[in-house]
Design a protein around this ligand. Structure first.
Ligand code: SF4
Length: 453
């Protein structure tokens, strides 16, 4: 059970000595309760109290960081069972699986896809996170060589997949300071694998069939000194994975089994169809998902679904406010203002591009609200429009002072004209009519020409 700040405060020595880095014991207790301090910081606590505080104040699911540097991926540290209760915070890392039986070029091609491929979507560049290298050959030498090939290209997280401590050691020797995840410690081999993970400072996946066995194995590896653990429930069907992963999450969140408080691992390549496994992993709590080297269509599906599930449902997806160019606008091209709700932006953008009338699109910061909501809530106002025109120096881009506003913002047209000094044209309510509107109000009046044939 989680402890409240006051309960924690009662356990502290109350010296107010600041050695923990906080001004008072009460502040320290409040930070501990919020999961923003570590009980180890107070040197006056005995081991039993520290253990109790660690268990009660650490996040219900451990945060595990895969890789280092710019491509590091944090997974775990989730606090709810259902997304609508708050949000899911750390999207699963998705890694392509490669084999040490493959030739060098094939491994390099997969690594280069992970390094360079991005899918731009609603203001983000979606990408895969790393590679899992399988020791299919059974040879330590071949495994070390394959990991070496990846290392030449890789600046991203890796998982080394082998049941052999010797092969893993050969792979780890090629990784330098870049610590991969090790897959996997089992009841049969954990006495060899866990010390290896500890020695190389790696995160370790533990794999076992039943949840009791999995929890026991995780505890055994933690007792052997491995700090960062990931759980592979060893499911043989997708249904089994779904049941295990859901139960692990439930027990972790209600803290009924702290040894299950770690991210979950799914190797989607073991299921058919693989797409179903990827979807299940994204929706149902996987922290690391290993896939085959996916074709473009499936790759986009996986990254899009992951992005959708891991956006905050309480926050609309937003565009960055600014002045965007549609086509190749010139000084006589129209200027249209709209909100920064990304669905509005992308819908309008589609119709503007289809109209082939180049224009400047001014996105104002309505905190992600749609036009109707923003106008009703006072988020889209004459003052905001004026500030945005000034901030993005729109006047310097065009040789006119006409601004098209959304149809639903018509009640503000007079005030916008008054405050900005720009002539306001009230656009259509439906974005689908924007092409016809610009044709009449801009092209036919000789203010701009259509682009292209
Ligand atoms: Fe209180 Fe311990 Fe912090 Fe000192 S180090 S202020 S005793 S919590």
């Amino acid at each position: 059970m989680a402890l409240k700040a006051l309960d924690i405060y009662k356990m502290l020595p109350k010296k107010n000595c600041k050695e923990c880095g906080f001004p008072t014991c009460l502040t320290f207790a409040m930070k501990l309760a919020a999961g923003k301090a570590d009980a180890d910081a107070c040197p006056y606590l005995d081991d039993a109290t520290k253990a109790l505080l660690h268990g009660a104040t650490r996040p219900p699911i451990q945060l595990v960081k895969l890789g280092v540097g710019e491509r590091q991926v944090p997974v775990g540290d989730e606090i709810v069972l259902f997304r609508h209760e708050k949000a899911f915070y750390h999207p699963p890392a998705i890694l392509f699986s490669v084999s040490d039986l493959w030739d060098r070029d094939r491994i390099v091609a997969a690594a280069e896809r992970v390094m360079t491929e991005t899918f731009p979507r609603v203001g983000e560049n979606l990408r895969f996170n790393g590679l899992a290298v399988r020791n299919d050959s059974g040879s330590a030498e071949a495994f070390g060589k394959a990991v070496g090939v990846v290392e030449e290209v890789a600046e991203f997280p890796e998982v080394l997949v082998s049941a052999s401590a010797g092969a893993l050691e050969a792979g780890l020797a090629r990784c330098g300071n870049y610590r991969p995840v090790i897959h996997a410690a089992t009841t049969a081999n954990h006495a060899q694998i866990a010390p290896l993970a500890k020695r190389f400072g790696c995160s370790l996946v533990v794999r076992a069939g039943g949840l009791a066995e999995l929890a026991g194995l995780a505890k055994a590896c933690a007792d052997l000194g491995v700090r960062d653990l990931v759980l592979d429930p060893g499911a043989s069907t997708l249904g089994e994975f779904l049941a295990s992963s859901t139960e692990i999450r439930r027990r972790a969140i209600d803290r009924s089994d702290p040894d299950l408080g770690h991210p979950v691992y799914l190797d989607a390549t073991g299921f058919a169809p693989e797409e179903a496994a990827i979807v299940t992993g994204i929706l149902k709590y996987a922290g690391i998902i290993v896939t085959s080297v996916l074709p473009q269509g499936t790759a986009k599906m996986a990254l899009t679904l992951r992005q959708n599930i891991y956006t905050d449902p309480q926050k609309p997806i937003q565009m960055t406010p600014g002045l965007y160019r549609v086509g190749e606008p010139g000084p006589d091209s129209p200027v249209l203002a709209t909100v920064n709700f990304s669905l509005t932006y992308f819908t309008l953008l589609g119709y503007l591009e289809a109209s082939r009338i180049p224009c400047h699109l001014l996105i104002v910061d309505t905190e992600g609200f749609s036009v109707l909501t923003a106008v009703a809530a006072g988020k889209f106002s004459e003052r905001l429009v004026k500030d945005s025109l000034d901030r993005f120096q729109v006047a310097g881009q065009v040789n006119h002072r006409s601004l098209v506003i959304p149809g639903y913002a018509a009640p503000l047209s007079g005030r916008i004209e008054e405050v900005t000094g720009w002539k306001v044209l009230v656009g259509p309510r439906d974005a689908a009519d924007i092409g016809e509107f610009l044709e009449k109000e801009w092209v036919e009046k000789g203010r701009a020409i259509r682009a292209g044939p």
